[in-house]
Structures are given as C-alpha cells and as structure tokens.
Ligand binder design. Sequence first.
Ligand SMILES: NC(=O)c1ccc[n+]([C@@H]2O[C@H](COP(=O)([O-])OP(=O)(O)OC[C@H]3O[C@@H](n4cnc5c(N)ncnc54)[C@H](OP(=O)(O)O)[C@@H]3O)[C@@H](O)[C@H]2O)c1
Length: 336
Amino acid sequence: MSRPRTVLLTGASGVVGRAILREEHAGRLRIIPAARSAPVPEATEPVLHCDVSRERFGLDREDYRALAADVDVVIHSAGLTEWGLPAERYRPVNIDGTRHVIDFAEQAGATVHFVSTEFVAALLPDAAGTLSDGNICRNYIESKRRAEVLLEESGLPHLVFRPTNLIGHATTGWTSRGQIVQQMSDWLRRGRAPFVPVYPGIRMDFVAQDLLARAIVRAIELDDDQGTFYVSYGPEAMDVEACLRTLAKHAAGLGRTFTAPPLRDARALDPAEITGRDPMTRMYLAVLRDVGEVTWCSGGVLPTSLPELRERYGLTAIDDTAAYAASLAYAAEHLG
Ligand SMILES: NC(=O)c1ccc[n+]([C@@H]2O[C@H](COP(=O)([O-])OP(=O)(O)OC[C@H]3O[C@@H](n4cnc5c(N)ncnc54)[C@H](OP(=O)(O)O)[C@@H]3O)[C@@H](O)[C@H]2O)c1
C-alpha cells in the first residue's frame, strides 16, 4: 500500500474543516489540522497554530521548511466568511492568505484544494446579471474570486470547490456551528419575517457539509490535481415553496403552527421596507434579498457540478429537502 498522503488543512477549526476531519478516509490521508486559535475537537494530530495572513503562516523558518518537506496536499479552507464587511477586511485572510498558501505549496510541491464559494458565479464574465455594488455578499465574493485568480495564475496543480450555502450533516443535521440557513430558518419559523423577498424562479440551494467534505477527501484519494466544481444542486434544488413547506413540517413537529409569510418580488421592493425595520429583521431581509440577487445573477438556478461529482467521487444521492429537514431538527435541539 502506498504511504498516506500528508494533507495540511487550513481552517481546521471551521465548519468545513471540522466536517472534513470527520470524513472517513481509512488511513489513506494523514491530516495536519491548522487553525489560528479555535480548538479542533476532531483532530487526531496536534493542531498547528498559524496565521495564514502572515508570511510563512507566522511560523519560524525551520518549522516552515519542515512542514513543507512533509506536506503533499493543502486543503485551503481558512477564510473570513462573514458577509457585509468592507473590502479591506477580507484582504489579509482571503487574498493574502491564499497567496501565502501558494508560496507554501510551491515550496512543498503540493497540490492545493481551495474551498471557494458558489457565489463567484455572480461575478464571472458570463454572469446573467450585474450584482449591485451594495450587495451584502459582494466584497466577500470578490475576495474569494481574487483568490481563485491567484491560484489560476500560479500554475500550481489545484482544484477549486465552490459550495453554495452549507447546512448540517445530511442525515444527522450535525454542524459544529449554526449556519446562516439554520439561523434564518429559525427566524422565519418563529413568524418574525414580515415577507420574503424573492427573485422569480430562484431555487433554495443548500448543501450538506458532509457532501462537500466527501468530495474533497475523495479528490485527494484519487490524486486529482485539477478541476473546478460547483457544489450545489442547481435545477434539482428546492424551490421557495418546497423550502417553506419543509419549514412548516418542521414547525408542526415542534407542535407549532407556521404561516408562510407572503413572497414579494425583490426587484420591486422599496429599500425603506427593509431599512425601516428592527436590526435583526433588517439584517435577515437584506440577506434574503442579496443572496437572491447573487442567485439571480448566477442564472436564477445555480450552476452545478453535482452529476460530475457523483460520478467521479462516487457520492451517494442526498435528498436536499431531507437534509434541510435534518438540519432544522438538529438546530432546534442543539443550537437553541
Ligand atoms: N460555511 C458555508 O456555508 C460556506 C459556503 C461556501 C463557501 N464557504 C467557504 O468555505 C471555507 C470555510 O468556511 P467555514 O464555514 O468553515 O468558515 P468558518 O467556520 O468561519 O471558519 C473559518 C476558519 O478559518 C480560520 N481562519 C480565519 N482567519 C485565519 C487566519 N488569519 N489564519 C489561519 N486561520 C484562519 C478559522 O480559524 P480560527 O477559528 O482559529 O479563527 C477557522 O478555522 C471559507 O473559505 C468559505 O469561504 C463556506
């Protein structure tokens, strides 16, 4: 049997990092978990504390050289993932951090598996629409796209995974941290949404985090060194009505009634209908509107590589509605 591939996993303490560490790989990978400061309960190797925004990840020359001599593959999952921040806030981690990963991979002779975002589709030259400057996700997306371009220009062997919004584990709903989909669903379920801003025909495309983790692990096991994958359901994703029906079923399971809020065409909304609300309502309505705009600019139905991912990496079919229901149940029980 060939020796296990040594993998440096940046962002090991994050939602994606921890899902990757929980993924089965039958000893074929040795994963070195790297995080800035947060704990990594799933780690089976000592956690490498480092800061990707710094040269050599902030490590001393000797440690950095030894690490590079050891590593075959980097999964680059560290990132600043919060939306709505000024562009300059994303640069140190999302752009400079990727540059430092590239420097490292060049020295190590390693392949890079980069966790980007589906949302970059809204900024590509063939996007179906123009994303507004004030879109809450825009600066984040631009930083992720810039990181992709750095990798493209580096000439390094690399894969890009572009996941849409992640939810918990497909069957258990487990997540190390509540995700925006779960938080917003809870807000909707509690009847706090005065309306739901939607773009016509868009789909609610959520992916179980273990599906993404499995694709990345399988790609490494197969020694793949190129490819760009949209990790999303595309035309298979739930429509808004199916999403609201799942939420109603979930509410009924909790012994609550849920009345779906009215749907409003996001394109015809007066901004004052959002800005005049309390801070939480304002924030969630803006997220719904702006994520809807991202989807709209990506073609309404998100681009997907799921058929290819299923075939190449043997991913089993996961029903997105069932996975969403599992995530709602997990969040209700464990995330308060
Ligand atoms: N979650 C989603 O729904 C989703 C969807 C699409 C794409 N993505 C992409 O997937 C990647 C992982 O997302 P996630 O949800 O796992 O994010 P997350 O839960 O917010 O975790 C971010 C990770 O990055 C690390 N990190 C941040 N700044 C760092 C620095 N300067 N140096 C070293 N590590 C640093 C954090 O370490 P500490 O905890 O120690 O600070 C943490 O491990 C991101 O790049 C994101 O763009 C996520």
